[in-house]
Design a protein around this ligand. Structure first.
Ligand code: NAP
Ligand code: GLV
Length: 309
């Protein structure tokens, strides 16, 4: 089995070492223009040239959960795309979202400010029931986040494309369920894949349907948000703030208003990082299954090309 590694902005040596240790029978090498034809590729945001040259590939193993960058390329229809399933991302996403929710609900920013003024200042406890949380996307990560928040006794709503049942979460689905879901939520957490159906979904219309004093946490993709609509709703006071981990352009340009907005917290696409060991273990497990005769379609995480996730 020949496997090539092609991950932009990633040091390849530790990946090659890890993959070779996990798959000693395989021939594993980095892609460079003109590299020998491989059977499978481990990828993150590969160049179109790699796909154009590597005509023997049967599947791409994406080292992230989101495949929007891959879907934007010109891929042969029969080329399978396998996304990362959790691999240590779920727990990171739960802690990140829980921290953002806690920081806002427990008004920790105000206490941090009070400390800079050496001020011992209590704030009246807020009612948890006044802060219901909506989680857009109830997939691998969204379900864990929704259940993690429910464990902290928040009221949690979830929204997916098809009907889902998640313990402790009130589930809505489809276009017909979206407005009721939004009206029932004050925090909004986005964990949708970026597809033609979900691009720009966080906009003036949807965000203004959140309960007054709404708070947005976008940990999915920058393309879900209409930036100016968020700024307008913050200026109007309908939204109280936002924590944003993902942006249309990354790194976020230094002159973007989000950087300096007092109600916006910015982090550099770090809410759930790809963990190399866990990722190699998961991908190697799937490649071993293929080497043992399994059909690609039987693997977990195979992307539905039409749906885009
Ligand atoms: P997933 O397992 O594919 O789950 C996607 C969820 O979104 C599913 O519940 C799906 O509905 C729902 N959905 C998709 N299209 C929809 C639509 N048109 N309307 C309503 N619901 C829709 O994905 P995941 O592993 O949870 O990851 C979600 C996203 O998080 C990734 O695509 C990636 O962009 C982002 N991410 C970000 C980071 C970061 O560091 N910021 C890290 C990892 C992932 P069904 O259940 O009905 O299919
Ligand atoms: C990161 O954003 C991922 O999609 O894994």
């Amino acid at each position: 089995m020949k496997i090539l590694n092609c991950q932009s902005d990633t040091k390849s040596e530790p990946w090659l070492q890890g993959l070779r240790a996990a798959l000693p029978e395989a021939e594993i090498y980095d892609w460079v223009p003109g590299a020998p034809q491989a059977d499978y590729a481990v990828v993150w945001a590969p160049p179109q040239q790699m796909l154009d040259e590597q005509t023997h590939l049967k599947a791409l193993f994406n080292t992230g959960a989101g495949v929007d960058k891959l879907m934007a390329l010109n891929l042969r229809p029969e080329l399978a795309v396998v996304r990362l399933e959790d691999a240590g991302m779920g727990v990171q996403m739960v802690e990140y979202v829980l921290y953002a929710v806690t920081r806002h609900f427990r008004e920790l920013g105000a206490y941090e400010q009070a400390q800079t003024e050496t001020r011992w200042a209590y704030r009246k406890p807020l009612r948890r029931s006044d802060f219901p949380i909506g989680v857009l996307g109830l997939g691998v990560l969204g379900q864990q986040v929704a259940q993690g928040l429910a464990a902290f006794q928040y009221t949690v709503n979830g929204w997916s494309r098809t009907p889902r049942t998640v313990d402790g979460v009130r589930c809505f689905h489809g276009a017909q369920g979206l407005n009721d879901f939004l009206a029932a939520s004050r925090f909004l957490v986005c964990l949708l894949p970026l597809t033609p159906d979900t691009a720009g979904l966080l906009n003036q219309d949807t965000l203004s349907r959140l309960q007054p004093g709404g708070y947005l946490i976008n940990v999915a993709r920058g393309g879900h948000l209409v930036d100016q609509d968020l700024l307008d709703l913050l200026a109007r006071g309908h939204l109280a703030g936002a924590t944003l981990d993902v942006f249309h352009t990354e790194p976020l340009p230094s002159d973007h208003p989000f950087w300096r907005h007092p109600q916006i917290t910015v982090t550099p696409h770090t809410s759930a990082r790809t963990l190399r060991d866990e990722t190699i273990a998961q991908i190697a497990g799937k490649l071993q299954a293929l080497a043992g005769g399994a059909d690609i379609a039987s693997l977990g995480g195979v992307v539905h090309r039409q749906r885009g996730y």
